[in-house]
Every structure is written in structure tokens, then in C-alpha cells.
Design a protein around this ligand. Structure first.
Ligand code: ATP
Ligand code: MG
Length: 443
């Protein structure tokens, strides 16, 4: 693209001491126009911050002054001029303009306020995400989400994982159940995949040894909660020749690394959100399932029998217990009953009623599930059948276990829940640009 005045700097990059009289051009949105008669302040906003443009009527061209004064908020402009130190302006400088080019005028009134002064409803913000993103708070969340994904990729690549992608259009359910979105695939019925699980495991037989995938998962469950989406982003790993303890260690180290990177590289965004982040201490506490239900039952609010799943209230009770004991928010619940974990979780040899499985929890919700997997064909087939599933539908998967499948383990972490718990965001929809839930299919 060739604009007449190409951008030279983001607003955050200008240091008047360093650039002296060199001309700068900033491009962005008209955040505010304050016309005081003899002087007019135009505040231009871009992704990285704001710049004050100061126009003194007596000192500049009348036409330029009038253009600036009449700008409609949120219009697109390119401002060229000289930067001067100004302690009271954002970033400590003001621009004395030679030229203000109106590139695209915005309509008025706006569908919603962009200053953050008026708190709009979540639905209003999501309907107009393009406007919502102009609020510093919203941009900060998505910059941090980017940093989370960037550092996850970094960490896992350094740990020897290969990034892979699995199909999202599939013929079979991953874990059975009914929580799938059916779609029409030419003349056949297909589904949107709920997890890359089966494909990751096939890659272990293929010898890729350690793989990760960051991709969408689709869940057709009709939840209406603050922590469920119908389309989420899963960070998934699978690793050969390691047990569940080793992948738990990779997981807690990854969480600590990601927090550290966000603190290091997104300090301005954290400041915008008013958050002081601390790196969680590793290793995370490990509580076996049987002790976890004892903690819940001791509190007496609800009674969970061995073999029962842990609901939201139980998760909170255990989370508070861990927080009191350790001062930390993250912990593992390990050794779950085999029956309530997916068919591919490996039972303990000496006690097959429990499995080498774990959930990684945050004080407020589940962040991840993982396990050592069954790598033995006959045992796996038997587990599929005993969960009431038809092994024929799993033929493409089971074949991979017949001709040299190493022992392996893995986990999946919800990206949105990771961001949400890190930033104390109340609703998961705030961590996705265009969330999909039971009611929302557009934009
Ligand atoms: P929950 O019990 O909280 O609904 P789950 O046990 O069904 O979660 P898993 O199948 O174990 O979820 O998926 C692994 C991780 O993926 C979860 O721990 C969570 O972080 C994330 N995840 C799963 N389903 C959703 C969803 N519907 N919305 C957002 N994140 C999800
Ligand atoms: Mg789970």
C-alpha cells in the first residue's frame, strides 16, 4: 500500500529527545478533539497508545486548524509533524502538525462508547467487537492472549515438541457421548471434532515422539456458564515414552513460563488491566482424587461417594483448601476413578479401578485434563466396548495400536481458561474475539 504519508511510528515509539526535528507520521483513530477556541487538542489513538496533537490557532494554517477542529470521533487520520517534549501529554510528547489527513470519516453517534468511561453490556460489546477493541482494556486482553500463545509455542518447541494440526471435520466422536455438532459432508454425515486426542495418539505410533497442537475444539453441550464456549481453543500435547508424572511436570513448567513471559513482555497491558501478576510456584500440589473427595466431604456442604464426579462447588472447596495450605492457585487432582475418565486413560496395573490420570486445576475452575494413555491394542478395544462405544467406529484409530505403539502420555489445556484465570476475567467470552455460545453465532 502506498499512502501519501506512510506511518513512521506507533504512538508509543516516539521519543522527542532522540528524534529531534525529524518529521513523524502517526496514523490512527480520532480519540478526542478538545477545541478551546485559540487552541485545539487532537488525541490520536493507535494499537499501542495515544498521541496528543496540539494546534495553536495563531501559529498554524487556518485550514489545518479547521480540519482538526471538525474531526468526528473515531475517524481515521494520518498526522505528520514534529514531536516536542510535553510532560502533561500521554507518552510525554506532543506533535506540532504540518498536516492532518482525514483518511476515512466515522459516522456518529457510535454504536457504543470507546473511552471505557461507560460500562457497556457484554452482549453490546460483542455485537460491536470492532468498536470494543478500541478500548484499552479489551486490546490488553488480546495482546496478552497473543503472548500466552507465543510463549506456549516457544516453550513446547524448546522442549522438543513438533507442532501439528489435526482435522476438524471427522467421522467419529472422540469420546462418544452426544456433545457433537453434526455437519453435512458431501452426501455423508460428519462432525466437528471435539478434541485432537485420537489423532495425537496416532502420531505417537507414527514416531513423531512429541507433538503439540493449538486449535479449535467444538463442544455441542448446551451449557450456559461463564467458563464454557461451544468453540474453544485447546493447547494439546502428546509425548512418547513418558508417564503421567512427566507430562504433569511439563504442564506446570509451561504455566510458570507463560506467566513469566507475560510479566516480562506485556507489562503495559497488565498495567492497563490493573493486574500484578505473580509466577505460580512449581511443583504444583498434587491431591489424589480419594483425598480430594475427603476434603469436600469434610466440609459437609455436599457428600461425594467414591466414583462420583466433582462439580463446581466441590472444585471451589478443594481450590480454597489448596490456597489456604499453599498460598497458590494451581494444583493437580490425580488418580481418578477409571470409570469417570475417558476410555484411553491408563489404569494402574496394581489397582485398575483408578487411572494414571489428572486434572490441573485453578482455584476457580479446571484448566486441563491429562493422563498416561493406554498403548495396548486389546486393552484399549476392551475399554472402548466397556464404555458402551462401538469399536468399529474407532477402526482408523485402533489400527495404529497394532504395529508398534509406544507408551505415551499427554494433556489438553483450554487457552481461554488459561487467559481468564491469569487475568481474573469473569466471563470466558471476554477472552475470545468472536465467541460461539448457544445464542451467539454472529459476528
Ligand atoms: P469441564 O468439565 O470444565 O466442562 P471437560 O473436562 O469437559 O471440562 P476436557 O474435555 O477435559 O474438558 O478438555 C480439556 C480442557 O479444555 C479443559 O480442562 C478446559 O480447559 C478446556 N475446555 C474443554 N471444554 C471447554 C469448553 N466448552 N469451553 C472452554 N474450554 C473448554
Ligand atoms: Mg476435563
Amino acid at each position: 500500500m502506498s499512502l501519501e504519508n506512510p506511518r513512521t511510528h506507533y504512538t508509543s515509539q516516539i521519543d522527542p529527545e532522540k528524534i529531534g526535528d525529524e518529521k513523524v507520521t502517526v496514523c490512527g483513530w480520532v480519540h478526542e478533539v478538545r477545541d478551546l477556541g485559540g487552541i485545539c487538542f487532537l488525541v490520536v489513538r493507535d494499537r499501542e497508545g495515544r498521541a496528543q496533537v496540539t494546534l495553536v490557532k495563531k501559529k498554524i494554517d487556518k485550514e489545518l486548524f479547521d480540519t482538526a477542529r471538525k474531526l468526528v470521533r473515531e475517524s481515521i487520520v494520518a498526522v505528520t509533524g514534529t514531536a516536542k517534549p510535553e510532560g502533561k501529554a500521554p507518552n510525554g510528547y506532543e506533535i506540532i502538525p504540518d498536516e492532518v489527513v482525514l483518511l476515512n470519516e466515522a459516522e456518529s453517534p457510535l454504536p457504543m462508547d470507546t473511552t471505557g468511561k461507560v460500562d457497556a453490556e457484554l452482549d453490546t460489546r460483542l455485537d460491536s467487537r470492532f468498536i470494543d477493541l478500541r478500548r484499552e482494556r479489551t486490546t490488553a486482553i488480546f495482546k496478552i492472549r497473543h503472548e500466552v500463545l507465543r510463549s506456549v509455542r516457544n516453550f513446547l518447541s524448546d522442549e522438543g515438541f513438533i507442532e501439528t494440526s489435526s482435522p476438524k471435520v471427522v467421522a467419529t466422536a472422540t469420546e462418544g457421548g452426544t456433545s457433537l455438532f453434526p455437519i453435512t459432508y458431501f452426501d455423508r454425515e460428519a462432525f466437528l471434532n471435539q478434541s485432537p486426542q485420537l489423532f495425537k495418539q496416532i502420531l505417537m505410533s507414527g514416531g513423531l515422539d512429541r507433538v503439540f497442537e493449538i486449535g479449535p475444539i467444538f463442544r455441542a453441550e448446551e451449557h450456559d456458564t461463564r467458563r464454557h464456549l461451544n468453540e474453544a481453543t485447546s493447547i494439546d500435547i502428546e509425548a512418547s515414552f513418558v508417564d503421567h508424572f512427566e507430562v504433569m511436570e511439563i504442564l506446570e513448567n509451561m504455566i510458570a513460563y507463560v506467566y513469566g513471559q507475560v510479566i516480562e513482555n506485556e507489562s503495559a497491558s497488565l498495567k492497563n488491566l490493573g493486574i500484578e501478576l505473580e509466577v505460580p510456584k512449581t511443583p504444583f500440589m498434587k491431591i489424589p482424587y480419594s483425598e480430594a473427595i475427603d476434603i469436600v466431604n469434610a466440609k459437609g456442604e455436599e457428600m461425594i461417594e467414591w466414583g462420583g464426579d466433582l462439580g463446581t462447588v466441590a472444585e471451589h472447596t478443594i481450590g480454597e483448601y489448596v490456597f489456604k495450605e499453599t498460598g497458590e492457585s494451581h494444583y493437580f487432582i490425580t488418580d481418578w476413578p477409571t470409570e469417570i475418565k475417558p476410555f484411553y486413560a491408563m489404569p494402574y496395573e496394581n489397582d485398575p479401578l483408578i487411572s494414571k490420570s489428572f486434572d490441573m486445576m485453578h482455584r476457580t475452575m479446571e484448566l486441563s485434563s491429562g493422563a498416561q494413555r493406554i498403548h495396548l491394542h486389546d486393552m484399549l478395544k476392551e475399554r472402548i466396548e466397556s464404555q458402551g462405544l462401538n469399536p468399529d467406529g474407532f477402526d482408523f484409530y485402533l489400527r495404529a495400536f497394532k504395529y508398534g505403539m509406544p507408551p505415551h502420555s499427554g494433556w489438553g489445556v483450554g487457552c481461554e481458561r488459561l487467559v481468564m484465570t491469569m487475568l481474573g476475567v469473569e466471563n470466558i467470552r471476554d477472552t475470545v474475539l468472536f465467541p460461539r455460545d448457544r445464542k451467539r453465532l454472529s459476528p
